[in-house]
Design a protein around this ligand. Structure first.
Ligand SMILES: Cc1cc2nc3c(=O)[nH]c(=O)nc-3n(C[C@H](O)[C@H](O)[C@H](O)COP(=O)(O)OP(=O)(O)OC[C@H]3O[C@@H](n4cnc5c(N)ncnc54)[C@H](O)[C@@H]3O)c2cc1C
Length: 403
């Protein structure tokens, strides 16, 4: 028997693609999954809570969260965006909540509820799911495709949707069908630095905005930062790592990182210090800081890093020391020496080249009847639910287009 659609990969994209394909009129839809469990990444995502989308409803802002795929996603999001994903799950009985930073989670804080929602919907629609079915080859035949599964089983399909995520086998299948692959590199990681000066501040999260610059302004980001025992992490670092993913990979994860702890200009910081100095002449520099939002531990570490004595009073701060302090607050340099561990989320930058995809349908421009969705493509987002969102969107468009 020949299926209307065989989907390779039982992850977020695979399930969304299958559900929409049946709802748009396809009769026989099959999902083939390598492992014994489907939707495994959904389960572990968001620390077990599954950050399934983001409340960034405005499409022009939304696409800024994608270092790769930004342009192509504009059209796709115009058809199925964050608000559509939000409604899609709510309408299927999954209550959602939006956190302060815009991340959307199931109200239960359990990724199992997202799995249940997708799995039950697919099951009710008659999608056939086969686990332990690793696809090793796809062969083009006259009226469709032969899909060879490990263990010499094979399926016939009129159409194929590849949803294999960051797994290399999906890229191999795409290549064998004529597609070019942008080499995969990691994204969304923390930075390890050579310096020890502020490691005493490990664990501190600066919820104020800091401004980071990598390799002399080539990349610059603003946001909240976390000091770790090896270097830095937190939303702004993960965002920077995503936007610099290729450049950092090419430089073996070595670069110069500059931090403006106050997100202020040098002259503004200088004026603020001058004024504070006049009003606090007899007070200790260590115990009295002009910048209330800077944590005490970090203030101390920064003073020590420029050699300012803990017993110094504001009246005794020399012009030269003040200048060192201003520079340290606005332009502190660190040598990044390696990639640190991944945060809660990890994705691959790279994948099937976007030039060879028709973004109105997600169909290959090279091989008719072949579709792609999700992380297998050279599209990735920063943390915050943006990675699942592009999976829901591309799979929804693919599922609606196959028919
Ligand atoms: C720890 C972690 C936490 C994350 N948390 C979040 C989060 O909270 N929010 C967010 O937006 N993103 C998160 N992400 C990213 C998100 O999980 C991925 O972007 C998303 O799962 C990609 O979905 P996909 O369907 O394209 O691929 P996947 O979910 O990777 O699914 C691909 C499936 O295909 C199967 N497969 C591969 N090759 C074959 C083959 N040859 N034959 C058959 N089957 C095959 C795989 O076994 C897998 O089940 C997280 C990632 C990680 C690693």
């Amino acid at each position: 028997m020949i299926s209307d659609l065989v989907i390779i990969g039982g992850g977020a994209s695979g399930f969304m693609g299958a559900i929409t394909a049946v709802q748009s009129g396809l009769r026989s839809v099959v999902i083939l999954e390598s492992t014994l469990k489907v939707l495994e990444k959904v389960r572990i995502s968001g620390g077990g809570r599954c950050n399934l989308t983001n409340s960034c409803w405005d499409i022009s802002n939304l696409v800024n969260n994608y270092p790769r795929g930004e342009k192509q996603l504009i059209g796709l999001f115009n058809r199925f965006s964050t608000i559509d994903a939000y409604d899609w799950f709510q309408k299927r009985g999954l209550p959602l909540k939006v956190e302060k930073d815009g991340r959307v989670f199931p109200s239960s804080d359990s990724s199992y509820d997202v799995i249940k929602c997708l799995f039950n919907e697919a099951n009710d629609l008659g999608v056939k799911v086969f686990t332990n079915s690793h696809v090793k080859q796809v062969i083009r035949i006259d009226d469709g495709f032969n899909v060879l599964v490990k263990g010499s089983n094979y399926y016939k399909a009129k159409n194929i949707l590849i949803c294999t995520g960051g797994h290399p086998s999906g890229r191999r299948l795409a290549k064998s069908l004529g597609h070019s692959i942008i080499p995969p590199v990691p994204s969304l990681f923390s930075f390890s630095t050579a310096e020890n000066e502020i490691k005493t501040c490990s664990g501190i999260t600066l919820d104020v905005q800091v401004r980071l610059t990598v390799n002399n302004k080539k990349y610059s980001e603003t946001g909240s930062i976390l000091v770790t025992h090896k270097g830095f992490s937190g939303p702004v670092i993960l965002r920077l790592s995503a936007f610099c993913a290729r450049n950092l990979y090419a430089n073996n994860y070595k670069c110069e990182l500059k931090i403006n702890w106050l997100c202020m200009k040098e002259n503004e910081v200088r004026s603020k210090i001058d004024l504070y100095k006049l009003e606090n002449v007899k007070k200790l520099v260590l115990k009295n800081k002009p910048f209330s939002k800077l944590p005490k531990r970090l203030w101390k570490a920064l003073l020590l890093s420029v050699g300012i004595d803990c017993q110094l009073k504001w009246a005794d701060l020399s012009k030269c020391e003040e200048e060192l302090l201003v520079k340290c607050l606005t332009n502190k340099r660190f040598s990044v020496i390696s990639r640190g561990p991944f945060g809660e989320e990890f994705v691959t930058a790279g994948g099937v080249s976007l030039k060879e995809i028709n973004f109105k349908t997600m169909e290959s421009k090279i091989c008719k009847g072949l579709f792609f969705a999700g992380e297998v493509l050279d599209i990735d987002g920063i943390t915050g639910g943006f990675n699942f969102q592009h999976c829901w969107t591309s799979a929804w468009v693919a599922g609606n287009s196959v028919v």
